[in-house]
Design a protein around this ligand. Structure first.
Ligand code: SF4
Ligand code: SF4
Length: 92
C-alpha cells in the first residue's frame, strides 16, 4: 500500500473515482458519455467503475486484505466486500 508522509503524518493513498478507472473512457482519453477529451485525473457524477475492476472486487483482490489499513479486519474474507476496497494494481 503506497504511503505518503506529510507533516509527520502517514496517510494512505486511496484510489479515486476518476476517468482513468471509468468505464466510459476510451483509448485516447475520450469520454464516451460526454463525447469530449478528458484528463485521466478528472471525474464527474457519471463515473462508473470499469467492469473489469468491478467484477473482481472482493476482499481477496483488495490491496488492504490482511493489512493494517483494512476497514473490517475481523470480517474480511473471500467473497466479502466493503466501501474501502482498493485494487492491488491501481491505474491512477
Ligand atoms: S468525464 Fe465522467 S463519465 Fe467521462 S470518463 Fe470521466 S468520470 Fe467517466
Ligand atoms: S474488508 Fe474492505 S478494506 Fe478489508 S479487505 Fe475487504 S474490501 Fe478490503
Amino acid at each position: 500500500m503506497p504511503l505518503l508522509l506529510i507533516k509527520n503524518e502517514i496517510m494512505a493513498i486511496r484510489l479515486s473515482n476518476n476517468c482513468s478507472n471509468c468505464d466510459h473512457l476510451l483509448d485516447g482519453d475520450v469520454c464516451t458519455k460526454h463525447k469530449v477529451l478528458v484528463n485521466p485525473h478528472y471525474t464527474c457524477d457519471s463515473f462508473e467503475m470499469k467492469a473489469s475492476i468491478k467484477d473482481e472486487r472482493n476482499c481477496v483482490t483488495c490491496a488492504r486484505y490482511e493489512e493494517s489499513d483494512c476497514a473490517n479486519p475481523t470480517k474480511a474474507s473471500i467473497g466479502m466486500l466493503c466501501a474501502a476496497w482498493a485494487p492491488q494494481a491501481a491505474k491512477a
